[in-house]
Ligand binder design. Structure first.
Ligand code: OXD
Ligand code: MN
Length: 591
């Protein structure tokens, strides 16, 4: 077996810390072989071919879906598991009421017991990766050790994986350690542990995306948010998109929405025909690392290089870019299949399912054909609206930060915060109906501050203070907005068409940033004067518009009281500024 020591001669750029760590994991987990991933196309081709031979992956119709494969998860392992996800800080208070906490020593002992001997008869893969452009000072590296070849293939799409990352780690010395095993896929023996002080992650018992692709939620959000606090930047659950207006000017915005609220759709938005001259460029669809620049602006990179997107609902009307993008070189997880070996999911208007996501003959009595959280993994470069600025080592300057949730009532279509400090309160007050991206009940409203409830690696109280501190450093801070595409009327019907039409709201957002449009100042922030929204060619009635832009004082007094109650649980860690901002809103509401 290739030990790390004997690899040092063939990999002159190997960091001794990586070598030592891999050796200690080898001793603990007892793999049959070790594979150091170099990230080459040939490596991924061979791995894919092997999984097809072994029946782990299924080749989809090579004529209509060339280079596409299907993976089926264990039915008990199809979503993130927030109740089994822990932040292990020496001091419990540092993890905060927003996280499950375990003492680091206790967590390490528990995990060592699970990992001991778990890779017998398996190959241990060493996956070096870089989050962000390989030559960007804003990027950070990690190494994931895993026994799942499915994870390796995903990581090769989602990150800059392989030799250049290993070389960067050797130069920098610092890297995030992620140890992962699928174990026996037993939900009773499943834990996702984070040790922010050690920049390390230990994940056992799940092969599903957010639990197992450790570069994504575990590193780029939970560990990175901690790292960002100590280094003076922000790691956020945000898409990044460039909007070019008919005058030819491009502005970048970053938007945070809870899981499965349409971030991928917004990131790839197609301007409707009735808004000629607009172009949209995608920089990222899920995560943004935001750094204050020397020029007083906030600069963003997307640490990822691919998309791990929700499939159901994707069709030429909702997201033509994604629909086109996933027709080749895409790894599908838990979709259904037609008789013709094409992938199929709910929301497709063509074809019909023959086999469901579990590989059984499709029977509508058993529920949807594709799992509601079925996913595509695909390189960002396959996106027709891919922005070449995604590779810019400096990132892109951000004009506006947009937050939102899935709310049938209360939150209007759009409003602008009074200033950065009020914006931090607005963002901390985000609430949304839960979705299938996490195990648990769907459709109940929960607070999801900055859409980071499942992903912030430390106490939200400290996190909000950090947001206030970052804002204080920005002489040209982005403006902060809140949107709600999901507002419904009394009969439960959506009031706003959403999808491409959301550009009309973003147009107003950009005009606010440019200072070329006024607003209605209300108790909760600044709303559009209805005549200032470009609704040309759109069939939204005056009554619907009135409801979309209404601030109902009764509902908002109740909302403000609920926000206050939610924030109270952060006790002495809650910044006084947040209370002051909330009191200001309450005063304006006459509460
Ligand atoms: C995701 C999520 O997978 O937020 O992006 O759950
Ligand atoms: Mn996400």
């Amino acid at each position: 077996m290739a030990t790390a020591a004997h690899l040092i001669s063939s990999l002159p750029q190997l960091s001794p810390d990586v070598a030592k760590w891999v050796d200690s994991v080898r001793e603990l987990t007892q793999p049959r072989a070790i594979h150091w991933c170099d990230g080459s196309d040939e490596e991924i081709r061979e791995l894919t071919a092997r999984l097809v031979r072994e029946g782990e992956l299924q080749t989809l119709n090579p004529d209509s879906f060339p280079g596409c494969h299907l993976s089926r998860s264990n039915p008990s392992d199809v979503a993130r598991v927030e109740h089994l996800t822990y932040i292990c800080t020496p001091n419990k208070e540092d993890a905060g009421p927003n996280n499950n906490w375990m003492d680091p020593a206790q967590a390490h002992t528990k995990m060592r017991d699970l990992f001991r001997g778990c890779m017998k008869d398996r190959t241990l893969y060493v996956v070096p990766y870089c989050m962000g452009p390989i030559n960007s000072p804003l990027s950070r590296c990690g190494v994931e050790i895993t026994d799942s070849p499915y994870v390796v293939i995903n990581m090769s799409i989602m990150t800059r994986m392989g030799r250049p990352a290993l070389e960067r780690i050797a130069r920098e010395g610092k890297f995030v350690r992620g140890l992962h095993s699928i174990g026996e896929l037993d939900p009773e023996r499943r834990f996702i542990m984070h040790f922010p002080h050690e920049l390390s992650i230990e994940s056992f018992g799940s092969g599903y995306g957010g639990n197992a692709l450790l570069g994504k939620k575990c590193h780029a959000l939970r560990i990175a948010s901690w790292q960002a606090r100590s280094e003076g930047w922000l790691a956020e659950h945000m898409l990044i998109v460039g909007l070019q207006n008919p005058q030819g000017e491009t502005h970048y915005i970053a938007c945070a929405f809870p899981s499965a609220c349409g971030k991928t759709n917004l990131a790839m938005l197609i301007p409707p025909d009735s808004l000629p001259g607009w172009k949209v460029f995608t920089v990222g669809d899920d995560i943004a690392w935001l750094h204050p620049g020397a020029d007083g602006r906030l600069w963003a990179i997307n640490p990822e290089s691919g998309y791990f997107g929700v499939v159901p609902g994707t069709n030429p009307e909702t997201n033509r870019n994604a629909y086109d993008m996933i027709r080749r070189d895409t790894l599908f997880t838990n979709v259904a299949m037609t008789a013709n070996n094409e992938p199929w999911w709910e929301g497709l208007t063509t074809g019909k399912p023959a086999v469901d996501w579990q590989g059984r003959p499709y029977d509508p009595a058993r529920g949807p054909a594709a799992h509601p959280n079925s996913r595509f993994t695909v390189s960002a470069k396959r996106n027709p609206s891919y922005s070449h600025r995604s590779e810019d080592p400096q990132g892109v300057p951000i004009s506006a930060l947009v937050f939102g949730g899935r709310r049938r009532e209360v939150a209007p279509l759009v409003y602008e915060a009074r200033n950065w400090k009020h914006g931090v309160l607005v963002a901390a007050s985000v609430a949304s109906e839960t979705t299938a991206a996490n195990v648990g009940q769907t459709g109940v409203v929960r607070r999801d501050p900055m859409a980071m409830q499942p992903f912030c690696g430390y106490n939200f109280g400290d996190y909000w203070q950090h947001w206030l501190d970052v804002g204080a450093k920005l002489s040209k801070a982005p403006r902060i907005f809140h949107v709600n595409w999901f507002r419904r009327d009394a009969g439960g019907k959506f009031l706003w068409p959403g999808f491409g039409e959301n550009l009309r709201v973003l147009d107003w957002v950009l005009r606010r940033c440019a200072g070329t449009v006024g607003a209605n100042e209300t108790a909760i922030g600044n709303l559009p004067v209805p005549a200032d929204l470009n609704l040309q060619g759109l069939n939204v009635s005056a009554d619907a518009l009135q409801q979309l832009l209404a601030v109902e004082p009764g509902m908002w007094k109740k909302e403000t009281a609920e926000i206050g109650k939610y924030l109270e649980q952060y006790g002495s860690r809650l910044p006084a500024e947040m209370t002051a901002q909330l009191q200001e809103t309450a005063r304006k509401l006459g509460a």
